[in-house]
Ligand binder design. Sequence first.
Ligand code: FES
Length: 259
Amino acid sequence: MANRTVHLPVAPLEPLGGTLRKDNWWAGPAATILVLSAFIVYATWRAFEGSAYQWGAYLSPFYSPLLDVGWARKTGLAFLTPAMLILPGPASFRFTCYYYRKAYYRAFAWDPPACGVGERAPHRYNGETKLFVFQNLHRYAMYVAVVFLVILWKDALVAVFGWSDGAHVGLGTLVMLTNVVLLSGYTLGCHSFRHLIGGSVNAYSSAALGALRFRLWKLVTVLNERHMQFAWASLFSVALTDLYIRMVASGILTDVRIL
Ligand code: FES
């Protein structure tokens, strides 16, 4: 049969920001700019501050695991703090996250800013094939994030059992536990993690450990369906956990012992 060219109707291009939408489509991108910018400024400031990250059995997630950077002073890198070595790990996970990519491409690049809204460079997006080709390394960043998650769960347990006068629960313990639960929801709901658990299986009935993998895949899917919510909630919780520990360690706040 002879090939025939089919011409599909092409919607007229809207100018940048132009749209027929009547809703507040700009609210999402605006909130993304605000929250991500605030987080980056705060995390950078804390990484340079290099103090008030530990109090009693509490350890800030920005400074976990506890690294000794005493060697840096001898090598002329006196400005180096543990957080500067730690934060690139989780940051690479968030930066390459499929959800965050959508959010910050829309918010910062306007290509497009939202569905049905005129974009900056119509039909010229080449995203992950050129400048952002490194985004395809997300699955490796996920392995790094899982390691950090294990470390943060250990920190949360230390926040209960690591006191010199025996186990107890303070407000900081609850803050750290909430943070690691939200981070678990975010990390284990990752699209790459879901693929690792069950995405590569053609038939669970014939795969090794198929029944177990199917059950785990269903659990991970529940988290994956809420990935956006976990992404934002865990971003807030990790910053607020650091802030709480900083305030307690600086004497601005007094930790409340609950149990
Ligand atoms: S897709 Fe968002 S963390 Fe992997």
